[in-house]
Design a protein around this ligand. Structure first.
Ligand SMILES: [Fe+2]
Length: 292
């Protein structure tokens, strides 16, 4: 039995100042003061972090938007938080759009969070693969800098080609794909979609995977994607790890806890439980769902 905790989108923020505002960050600050800043709270994140650690999961995945404005001080803050969560070999991290919020920020996540964003081969590139027991974690990067009012993501043809190879090479394992953006977005989220999501779904339909985990939408979700030979792949989104729960639609801070049971002579079983912050601030078990 392998346990995997999945959390996402803590949006640890430090407000930009002065010249830092002469970019997309200026508009971002208006949005932060009007809305986001009241949603994402450090005390909510700290309570959730304590609960995640108490679960003693075999591995923890963090699928992006660790920071909000891509400022150096934020990356350092997020690094401290990662260190409190676990060692780089036990925690897998990938960037979201807010981690590459402005042009020029692209190298920053790797600079600050490097050890958490590297595969078993030690190379600094996406996708990267980490094998832990019977599980293969395959991490994609969809974080790209975009213009104002946009929060799209993109994988690109090269990363998708390597992704197809990685899925082939890990066919013997329980393959968990990690990505910030969801593999399918409804029309109202068109400006926040993964622009090459159709190409991602084609690779998954051809090569297969056992599970896909994403963030970005700040809500718990489950859709089933087509896999090869009529099999289906569950794709799960998770709420933000720092949401105070003051805005109903965003949901309160939560994370998913997966149990993966895969023994050589039997089919894999996978169940998921949502652990979420309640109105009194305590973290409790939500529904447990047997995925397969
Ligand atoms: Fe995002």
């Amino acid at each position: 039995m392998f346990t995997l905790a999945h959390l996402s989108d803590p949006h640890m923020a430090i407000e930009p100042q002065g010249l830092q505002l002469l970019s997309k960050r200026g508009l971002g600050l208006i949005n932060w003061r009007r809305k986001r800043g009241t949603i994402h709270r450090r005390d909510a994140l700290d309570a959730l972090t304590r609960d995640v650690k108490a679960q003693n999961a075999d591995h923890i995945a963090v699928t992006g938007d660790l920071v909000n404005f891509s400022l150096p001080a934020e990356y350092a803050l997020a690094r401290d938080w990662l260190d409190s969560l676990g060692a780089p070999r036990d925690v897998t991290v990938l960037p979201g759009n807010h981690d590459v919020y402005v042009r020029g920020a692209e190298p920053m996540p790797a600079r600050y969070w490097g050890g958490y964003m590297r595969g078993d081969d030690g190379l600094d590139r996406f996708p990267f693969v980490r094998r832990r027991g019977d599980v293969a974690l395959i991490a994609l990067s969809s974080g790209v800098a975009t213009g104002p009012f946009m929060a799209t993501g993109r994988l690109g043809a090269r990363q998708l080609a390597r992704f197809a190879e990685a899925l082939d090479q890990t066919r013997d394992a329980f393959r968990v794909v990690l990505i910030h953006h969801p593999p399918r977005s409804p029309l109202p989220r068109y400006l926040r979609r993964l622009t090459d999501a159709a190409a991602l779904r084609r690779v998954l339909a051809e090569k297969g995977a056992e599970l896909l985990l994403h963030g970005h939408d700040h809500r718990a979700s489950l859709i089933w994607l087509d896999g090869p030979a009529g099999r289906r792949i569950p794709a799960l989104g998770v709420p933000s790890a720092s949401a105070a729960g003051v805005h109903g639609a965003e949901g309160a801070a939560a994370y998913h806890l997966f149990t993966i049971d895969r023994q050589a002579d039997r089919a894999a079983h996978c169940a998921v439980t949502l652990r979420q912050r309640g109105v009194d601030g305590t973290i409790g078990d939500g529904e447990r769902m047997q995925l397969f």
